[in-house]
Design a protein around this ligand. Structure first.
Ligand code: NAD
Ligand code: UDP
Length: 325
């Protein structure tokens, strides 16, 4: 029991650091950790995240927000680290590609160094992008990927691959407790309305009656995971036994073409928007679908939110956001 006379640093609550905590996924993770009874230290440089994403948490007595760039060392005392800091949308991570690689690589070194000093577990938000334009479908964790090392997506893909390398080397060399999650396309409230990702683009375009921008012929596929399912997966991975290091795919195996996504968004918003076809960005993966057998077996985790249900919640969020703007 915490007594009022007890110094707060002897609190029995778990202290959890979330880097990138003011971003889309990070803000949901912070909220769920607080609900679970943890103290949360949210660290963010607000490159793509916003105070608005964590506004509802600011009055929570166990929540703390720190402006900090993870490419610089951080000295704090915590019991667990979730490393999510990194822009995730192609438009944002290509804005300053050198900083993107530094965030993934130098940020990983700094956060792993912190985990090593504190002897605490650290979870890395890795990505399906480590598989690149995959030659194996669906993607299993033992597939090494097909990534262009010098293209416009490389700052993100290779940065994340190098971060995985660092995680496994700190684990082997310094016995740091690691958890590597390979996250597939995730969507939901708190996505940035202008971040260029397909779900937010299509919904905002549909709600504003603008043309829906299909890149290429729209036959490329993605598998979309609702953010609540993803955050449950991240927390299950952190709570798993020490020998469960990953890498472990977290995503929704339901696979859709971009044309199918656009039709669903038009139908659910009741929009009169038309489709327009634009050039496919360089190195855009043709298909992507997670094999989540490992997550099911090792974490007892599965997805529960079908695409249409998640889209309805996300549309409601953007409708409110646009009405308030
Ligand atoms: P996001 O852009 O909304 O969040 C990233 C957060 O990191 C932002 O708040 C940003 O301000 C912060 N940040 C960026 N650089 C930083 C730095 N140098 N120091 C401190 N903070 C910094 O993106 P998201 O979708 O929430 O993604 C979160 C994590 O999950 C990222 O690491 C991303 O690579 C990974 N991921 C996301 C997806 C997805 O579909 N959303 C898929 C795969 C992997
Ligand atoms: N895309 C699209 N129209 C848009 C934005 C994206 O057709 O307005 C396509 C994009 O070319 C890609 C897919 O949607 O094939 C997913 O793009 P996103 O940027 O969301 O994620 P990623 O490519 O990183 O998986």
């Amino acid at each position: 029991m915490n007594s009022p006379l007890r110094p707060t640093r002897y609190s029995t609550r778990k202290r959890v650091l979330v880097t990138g905590g003011a971003g889309f996924i990070g803000s949901h993770l912070c909220a769920r950790l607080l609900e679970a009874g943890d103290q949360v230290l949210c660290v963010d440089n607000f490159f793509t995240g916003t105070r608005g994403n964590v506004a509802a948490l600011m009055t929570h007595p166990e929540f703390e927000l720190l402006r900090h760039d993870v490419t610089f060392p951080l000295f704090v005392e915590v019991d667990e680290i979730y490393n999510l800091a990194c822009p995730a949308s192609p438009v944002h991570y290509q804005f300053d590609p050198v900083q993107t690689t530094k965030t993934s690589v130098v940020g990983a070194v700094n956060m792993l160094g912190l985990a090593k000093r504190l002897k605490v577990p650290i979870l890395q938000a890795s990505t399906s992008e480590v598989y690149g334009d995959p030659a194996v479908h669906p993607q299993t964790e033992d597939y090494w990927g097909n990534v262009n090392p010098i293209g416009p997506r490389s700052c993100y893909d290779e940065g994340k691959r190098c971060a995985e390398t660092l995680f496994f080397d700190y684990h082997r060399q310094s016995q740091v407790g690691i958890k590597v999650a390979r996250i597939f396309n995730t969507y939901g409230p708190h996505m940035h309305p202008n971040d260029g990702r397909v779900v937010s683009n299509f919904i905002v375009q549909a709600l504003q009656g603008q043309d829906i921008t299909i890149y290429g012929d729209g036959q490329q596929t993605r598998s979309f995971c609702y953010v609540d399912d993803l955050v449950r997966g991240l927390m299950a991975l952190m709570a798993s036994p020490a020998d469960v290091t990953g890498p472990i795919n977290l995503g929704n195996p339901g696979e859709f073409t971009m044309l199918e996504l656009a039709q669903a968004v038009i139908e659910l918003t009741g929009s009169a928007s038309k489709l327009v076809f634009m050039p496919l960005p360089q190195d855009d993966p043709r298909q992507r679908q997670p094999d989540i057998t490992r997550a099911r077996e090792q974490l007892g985790w599965d997805v529960s939110v079908p695409l249409r249900d998640g889209l309805v919640k996300t549309i409601d969020y953007f409708r409110g956001l646009l009405a308030a703007a």
